[in-house]
Design a protein around this ligand. Structure first.
Ligand code: DQA
Length: 147
């Protein structure tokens, strides 16, 4: 079984982009960390990054029947995309929302998330390591051990 690791706009620039906010870990590093953590539970990962709202929605649709859960950092679409929210409503597996930074400690425009209402858990402000925690939490949800 596979989990979807979905990253939105500008996250392809991780490592170079505003490192004081987002750190120096690259997206390739993060995807490798997710793969390692998932493998410990016998799960594979499908890693997709898109700078386009429709690309993220297509990825969710394609994953509907072929993945068992999702880790999603939708970047700025977190705060704007009702369409991604609607797509995720049709995704019948646990979703963990991740942010490298803590959007609640930033500008007011980042305080609302269209993903949180459909997320089983939200991890924010833990940097790249937040993705590892997200995979662990997803595994807990999949094995029903939410402790
Ligand atoms: C982000 C936070 C968003 O507000 C921002 O637009 C991003 C990255 C994060 O991981 O901290 O692109 O999702």
């Amino acid at each position: 079984p596979e989990i979807l690791v979905l990253n939105g706009p500008n996250l392809n620039l991780l490592g170079e982009r505003e490192p004081e906010i987002y750190g120096r870990t690259t997206l390739a590093d993060i995807e490798a960390m997710c793969a390692d953590t998932a493998a410990e539970a016998g799960l594979g990962v499908r890693c997709i990054q898109s700078n386009h709202e429709g690309g993220l929605i297509d990825a969710v649709h394609e994953a509907r029947h072929s993945t068992v859960g999702a880790i999603i950092n939708a970047g700025a679409y977190t705060h704007t995309s009702l369409a991604l929210h609607d797509a995720l409503k049709a995704y019948d597996h646990p979703i963990i929302e991740v942010h490298l930074s803590n959007p609640h400690a930033r500008e007011a425009v980042r305080h609302h998330s269209y993903l949180s209402p459909v997320a089983a858990a939200v991890i924010a402000g833990a940097g790249a390591k937040g993705y590892v925690h997200a995979v662990e939490i997803l595994i807990d949800h999949l094995t029903n051990a939410k402790a």
